[in-house]
Design a protein around this ligand. Structure first.
Ligand SMILES: [Zn+2]
Length: 287
């Protein structure tokens, strides 16, 4: 066993996932109240509709000054066997309206392309959705794409979709899950995010054991990474055990994060496949 044979049995197609990443970036920045945001939202719903048993938009507005932001979480379900504990898979689909870490101050008000920070996690889950259609899961699966994760500029105005979702939890929400964020980096290293280790130690152990078994130990090093504020925090507040798979070290000296450098050429189909293989194996193991 092992080597190329094992590899060939894993159906996750990194190139198909990468096309979903490129497609999202082609819509332009996915900033609420812009055409790129609406176009991408429709693309995500239309892509999921034939793949899932049920697809819903959870629309909400966020008041901002005298105006309001129109936002949508997108929720897709595969029923599975109701007697089994389900899994929640999530990622944010919006992108940062400001390139806060651009060196040139004049460019900091420009929205980022969000290839890694936004599109990568969604891309993996769209390919996972294709495979859940072709081979339906035994356990229930819920995929949620959160809006408004990166609105900002401060933490008080971030994770807007995840907060809304946490405050309006569907009765059938799975108690255990995985959040994907910034997992497209060519040089992929996803340490065990510290908040996730504390709130969801069992999920963490399961996922990293799978990664090691599949030969992805270098991409999923078994060491504790920095504590990151992300969409999993509002979910932890509701008792959900969700880990954040995030490579928060993007580019030399982390200097592509929240800049105009966050483009598809910094990302890789191989990285999407590593994450996709691990997530899919974890989903398939729920029986
Ligand atoms: Zn971000």
């Amino acid at each position: 066993m092992g080597g190329p044979q094992t590899e060939a049995r894993r159906p996750f197609d990194g190139r198909l996932a990468f096309r979903h990443l490129e497609r999202q970036v082609q819509f332009g920045p996915r900033v609420p109240n812009t055409a790129g945001h609406r176009d991408c939202r429709d693309y995500l719903v239309e892509t999921l509709r034939p793949l899932a048993q049920r697809v819903e938009r959870q629309d909400f507005t966020y008041p901002l000054g005298g105006d309001s932001l129109q936002m949508s979480n997108i929720v897709a379900r595969w029923t599975g066997q109701r007697s089994l504990p389900g899994v929640l898979l999530c990622a944010h689909w919006d992108t940062r309206p400001t390139a806060d870490y651009e060196r040139d101050p004049a460019r900091r008000r420009t929205p980022i392309p969000g290839a890694n920070d936004g599109a990568s996690g969604v891309a993996v889950l769209l390919e996972v959705a294709r495979l859940l259609k072709s081979s339906p899961p035994t356990a229930p699966v819920m995929i949620v794409f959160f809006d408004g994760e990166d609105y900002g500029p401060g933490l008080d105005r971030m994770f807007l979709g995840a907060r809304y979702f946490a405050d309006h939890l569907p009765a059938d929400v799975p108690r255990r899950g995985v959040l994907l964020d910034m997992i497209g980096d060519k040089n992929l290293r996803i340490p065990q995010e510290a908040n996730s280790r504390a709130a969801a130690p069992t999920v963490m152990k399961e996922v990293y054991a799978i990664a090691a078994r599949l030969g992805y130990g270098s991409q999923f090093p078994a060491r504790t990474g920095p504590a990151i504020e992300d969409d999993h925090i509002p979910l932890h507040g509701k008792g959900l055990q969700v880990i954040d798979l995030i490579d928060f070290d993007y580019g030399p000296g982390h200097n592509w994060w929240h800049t105009l450098q966050d483009t598809p050429d910094k990302c890789s189909p191989n990285s999407l496949k590593a994450v996709g293989d691990v997530v899919l194996e974890w989903v398939r193991g729920r029986r």
